[in-house]
Design a binder for this molecule. Structure first.
Ligand SMILES: NC(=O)c1ccc[n+]([C@@H]2O[C@H](COP(=O)([O-])OP(=O)(O)OC[C@H]3O[C@@H](n4cnc5c(N)ncnc54)[C@H](O)[C@@H]3O)[C@@H](O)[C@H]2O)c1
Length: 434
């Protein structure tokens, strides 16, 4: 991301100033203040932008200019923005990516790059035409454990990969969160196969150096939502938790008033836009699935069986690679249960095991890797995006372009089409990434 600013610092603006934006704003204002500068914020909610500015000042950084979302283009010119960071609601990403590219700016966007095929095609076409760059902030690639998997596979440790078996579990705290707010509507998030699995499908594309060819999916809303909630006996009669006595003892509820950060970012901001961050996960209106099975065939010939569960008792994942010289198995337990009393009682661990043919299995040493900030990935990602390392050689090819963003979406978007038709979808026909 080159800059011609006289002070040598790249000028960033953030659009969409919710929880995720805080991580980027803090990284720019603190560790990377020598090379990066946050100059403006844009959002539909002025109160949330003001909260970010208070946090910046508390970090010792200056408050920055704030703009209503509809003045995004004017902001780019007036604030001489070099690079736009897109951390808004998924459905709106394309609008800001395309506007920034058209204005000659580079973009870093949160995942998913967008939520449907027409929007995805528009981003690809605009990037190709303008010659500007889109980086998709796939932080999971920067998790040292995931880097290790990539290294081992690229080194041929288990030979050629024939197939992948991948299971991802979101627990009844984190998984439930997608059913409390805007993600619960497919039009906003693309559903979990897009919003969440874009990370996982990107990892597999990157690990295997492959693109999805054929995708088949089955899924449903099994635990959350009005009908399932009543069927399983979990449903309570309220719309949002705040000021609802029925939510007081609901283990699926989130209580905004008890958390200072949730209170100021959401509860105290909702008078402006009616954004309720604490909807009842069993209230009507959920249009996404919580249990998803996907079968993929890649252009390398490898296949993947994948399962996403958003109502698990523990959080983490298992991914197994079957190769022509053995098998690689990664197990990550982020937390072994959800404690309603104290998250401090929850435990996690991770194992990476190589099982060669005709030899005993051996563990790959991944001890000492952080579990916070998405396994230490957020800090490593922001160092590359904002720090002096940003022009360094990236031998693992972790930086993700708009084409990688599109390739990761392709599996989820094809899977969504398969859910609708009940038939396998030839993903390669949906989007030309050749
Ligand atoms: N990579 C990761 O690990 C990770 C983690 C969390 C979130 N995310 C991504 O970050 C993004 C934001 O997620 P979040 O959890 O911060 O959500 P959030 O709900 O906390 O914030 C979303 C923000 O977008 C704003 N917004 C809504 N409509 C807008 C519009 N039309 N124009 C501009 N702004 C608008 C909202 O006012 C809000 O401030 C999502 O795309 C999500 O997928 C990524």
């Amino acid at each position: 991301m080159p800059t011609d600013q006289p002070n040598g610092r790249t000028r960033f603006a953030i659009v969409g100033t919710g929880a995720r934006a805080e991580m980027f704003a803090r990284a720019i204002a603190t560790e990377h203040a020598a090379t990066a500068e946050l100059v403006a914020l844009a959002d539909v909610n002025q109160i949330r932008m003001d909260t970010h500015n208070r946090h910046l000042v508390a970090l010792g950084a200056p408050a920055v200019a704030t703009y209503p979302a509809e003045e995004f283009r004017a902001m780019l010119a007036r604030e001489r923005v070099d690079v736009v960071l897109v951390t808004s609601v998924d459905r709106t990403h394309d609008e800001y990516i395309v506007a920034a590219l058209e204005a000659g700016r580079d973009v870093i966007t949160e995942k998913p790059m967008t939520v449907d095929l027409p929007r995805c095609k528009r981003i690809l076409e605009t990037a190709a035409r303008t010659g500007r760059h889109v980086t998709v902030a796939f932080n999971y690639r920067y998790n040292p454990v995931h880097e290790k998997v990539r290294e081992l596979l690229a080194a041929g440790t288990i030979g050629e990969v024939g197939s992948v078996h991948f299971e991802w579990l979101l627990d009844v705290r984190h998984g439930a969160d997608y059913f409390r707010r805007w993600h619960r509507e497919k039009a906003n998030s693309g559903g979990l196969l897009v919003h969440k699995s874009t990370h996982h499908f990107d990892l597999v594309n990157w690990w295997l150096g492959a693109r999805p060819e054929t995708v088949y999916a089955q899924g449903r809303l099994f635990l959350y939502g009005a009908e399932a909630g009543a069927r399983h006996g979990y449903a309570r009669d309220y719309d949002r938790a705040y000021a609802s006595p029925a939510a007081d003892d609901d283990p699926f509820a989130i209580h905004l008033a008890t958390s200072p950060s949730l209170r100021e970012l959401y509860l105290e901001a909702e008078s402006l836009d009616g954004y309720h961050r604490d909807r009842n996960v069993f209230a009507p209106g959920v249009t996404i699935e919580d249990d998803l099975a996907v079968l993929v065939r890649y252009d390398t010939g490898a296949t993947m069986s994948y399962h996403l569960t958003a109502y698990a008792p523990w959080e983490g994942y298992r991914v197994m690679f079957n190769g022509s010289a053995g098998r690689l198995e990664l197990e990550v337990v982020e937390s072994d249960h959800v404690s309603l009393a104290s998250p401090a009682g929850e435990h996690g661990y991770q194992n990476l095991l190589v099982r060669p043919y005709w030899r005993p299995p051996y563990e790959v040493d991944i001890s000492g890797h952080a579990r916070e900030g998405h396994g230490g990935a957020d800090a490593r990602l922001t160092t590359v995006l904002f720090g002096r390392d940003r022009h360094a050689v990236d031998p693992l090819g972790r930086a993700a372009t708009e084409r990688d963003g599109a390739a990761s979406l392709l599996t989820g978007l094809a899977a969504n089409l398969s859910l609708e038709s009940g038939l396998p979808v030839h993903a390669a026909d949906l989007l030309d990434l050749s």
